[in-house]
Design a protein around this ligand. Sequence first.
Ligand SMILES: Cc1ncc(COP(=O)(O)O)c(C=O)c1O
Length: 411
Amino acid sequence: MYDVNKIREDFPILKIKVNGKKLVYFDNAATTQKPIQVINKIKYYYENYNSNIHRGIYKIAETATEKYIESKTKFAKFINAGSIEEIVYMRNTTEAINFVALAFGNEVIKEGDHILISEAEHHSNLLPWLWLAKRKKAHLDYIKLNKEKTGLDIESFKAHLEKEPKITAVFHASNVLGSINDIKYITQLAHKKNSTVLIDGAQSIPNIKIDVKDIGCDFFAASAHKMMGPAGIGILFAKKSVLDNIKPLFGGGEMVKQVNKYSCTLNDLPWRFESGTQNIEGAIGLAGAIDYINKIGINNIRKHEQNLLKYAFDKLNDINNLEVFGGNDEKNKVGIISFAINKVHPHDIAYLFDKEGIAIRAGHHCAMPVVSELSKEHSISRMSFYLYNTIEEVDAAVDAINKIKNKFNIR
Ligand SMILES: Cc1ncc(COP(=O)(O)O)c(C=O)c1O
């Protein structure tokens, strides 16, 4: 049985008060809170075996190296990758996508080629491709939103595929709409046109079971901090056959087997892409986060989010002058609800929510093209849920909305 109150006990931060009220943390799409199990793993590392990896010939350095590799093994299993050769640790999703655009994109994109993304991408999955297209005098094409603005228009995707894009890069779950793309289908169609496929998994890694073998994508990028791990560590999955043909971007320690004054032999996968001292504590924390998710069960987390969504949509539907973006079909959404209250600026909404102890996000959500499509102010409010949120907290958000409406005399 899913016991949200028991889960909440694992998160020290959920006990704090904000403006005299119990914290309601509804900004999980920005970053998630960390359970004590993850915090303790990192603390234990610092207190018991802090040392550099891959190089020390002494006990604690060997332990650190083992734990770092164990973290990769866990992550590879978590997303069903072939082996740790396909898992490169980076700083975050942003760095992973930029790496692909620079190390892979620079080699394969030529003048006049097409690159395909969508209108609803986070800037992390837009700017690297925009710059690549500009560098190479290539075309950057955008899959349109559907008429209802709840997700992508699959006909627009198919039409763009006819231009045979060399690279297709799309989100798995949108950080603004919350909607989920059928990435297996997208990958299959793109592959038929020989397009290399990158999936931005920043918003799906916390709550959707990922199976990269089943999806078939070439690249999958994600961040540990969105799945209860620490910030500063992200993951690039790349198919071994693709990674084998990519040259490292950075030279430095631990990424070569042998160096002389005039040449070098690269290290094996994935180490050749991890030059310099890595985020060891980050990897250890990420392993803790995977253990935690596995203990609860990722499908249970998804179900819990869907229950919260359904409950929230039922309540929000009854409120006049409130607009919910991205549709209200909880089956096709992660726990994200973007909304607007007629005539109230999103920054005022977030400020007034904060007065009630409720943390939400307001603004352009680093996804300006889609937010501008949805809102004249180029700014919207967003609540985002995770495994520790409760029905009572949704009620508190609904109360906050009604209070704001009263304050602004909105019926
Ligand atoms: C869909 C999506 N892609 C990419 C990112 C970037 O993630 P990070 O800041 O961890 O690199 C985010 C962050 O919110 C996101 O929501």
